[in-house]
Write a protein that binds this ligand. Structure first.
Ligand code: PMP
Length: 341
């Protein structure tokens, strides 16, 4: 029998999908790791699982305990699902600007949601600081343990990708991989996966694809985490400071990807390849195309299809929202049917 031992065991082992048009356009083989096929529909299920299981090992959580996290949503969904399966409750602090779909999903998972204004990290009321303070407060009364998952500082987040994403990519490409690239939210995916891959073959080119308004492009290009101008409609990525997770990693190619480049790729992948993806995947695939051009024809490049598109129906797939951001609206999004029942 091929049976998963609960949802925790069903996370990971996602397929690599060849992206036909990106591959054809570059003369390379561009592969997307289908992280949207995880139970919580995102790459962050892996971090959620690892952070909870490691906390259990350290004796920080007992049955009925509490998992607290600050998150743009996907980590919260991963944590909430794993917490339900392991018998914990979840409290999530989220910036109110994040998509309604992610908030709805968190609520239906049973997470208690604390919505806070979106403020810069330097502000003491930024969601990441609010989450930490809340966890400290709840720890005073909670008898069964409180885990503040702390994904930006928690090396178990990075370990999730070192022990699963990286080995899966190496296994499924049979070691035939010339480049790996993705964007950075906490950096767990980029750091954990690249560290594992480089241990197998130091010649693999590692790339970072950064949205506007973040600092990773400059960090990996010229060593200084200077925040680039402008912004992005993508969610879950765009780190503006150096965290313990990324401070010591090797990145060979760094690209700044504007939304105007990433968003049409999302529509293209849905219209022509049936892949329904969130905005960060557009940044990732755009980055993979740039890396392919730099590495030259014949290269095999892996990137991450980070989450499922239905999480952004009200934004990325909403014509009004797109127009308000001066982004192109694909024809099929506004098409009305003439077909009568
Ligand atoms: N894409 C999406 C949609 C995400 O939610 C996240 C995580 N916040 C990422 C990419 C980046 O993952 P990581 O935190 O591992 O850098």
């Amino acid at each position: 029998m091929n049976v998963k031992d609960g949802i925790v065991d069903a996370i990971g082992n996602t397929p690599l999908i060849k992206l036909e048009r990106a591959s054809a356009a570059t003369g390379c083989t561009i592969l997307g790791k289908a992280e949207f096929m995880n139970p919580g529909q995102s790459v962050k299920d892996r971090a959620g699982r690892q952070m909870i299981l490691e906390a259990e090992k350290r004796g920080e959580l007992q049955p009925g305990g509490l998992v607290v996290e600050s998150t743009a949503g996907n980590t919260g969904i991963g944590l909430a699902l794993v917490a339900n399966a392991r018998g914990y409750r979840t409290v999530i602090v989220i910036p109110e600007t994040q998509s309604q779909e992610k908030k709805d999903m968190l609520r239906l998972c049973g997470a208690e949601l604390v919505e806070v204004p979106a403020l810069p990290y330097a502000n003491p009321n930024n969601y990441q600081h609010v989450g930490r303070r809340l966890a400290d407060e709840l720890r005073k009364t909670e008898k069964n343990g409180v885990l503040f998952a702390d994904q930006w500082n928690n090396l178990d987040n990075r370990k999730a990708h070192y022990t699963s994403t990286g080995p899966e990519i190496w296994r499924d490409t049979g070691g035939k991989i010339d480049g790996f690239i993705c964007s950075v939210g906490t950096g767990g995916t980029l750091a954990g996966t690249s560290t594992y891959l480089l241990e197998q073959n130091t010649n693999i080119a590692i790339g970072c694809a950064d949205p506007r308004g973040a600092a990773m492009y400059h960090l990996f290009k010229d060593g200084k985490p200077t925040v680039t101008e402008g912004g992005s409609i993508t969610e879950g990525i765009g780190l503006a400071r150096v965290t313990p997770i990324i401070e010591d990693i090797r990145v060979d190619h760094s690209y700044l990807i504007p939304d105007e480049e990433a968003v049409p790729i999302i529509f293209d992948l849905l219209e022509h390849e049936g892949l329904c993806l969130g905005g960060s995947s557009g940044i990732n695939v755009a980055g993979a195309i740039r890396l392919a051009k730099d590495l030259g024809k014949g290269a095999t490049i892996v990137t991450v299809l980070a989450d499922y598109g239905n999480r952004y129906q009200s934004k990325l797939f909403n014509p009004e929202f797109l127009r308000s951001k001066n982004l192109p609206v694909p024809d099929w999004l506004t098409r009305k049917t003439d077909i009568k029942p």
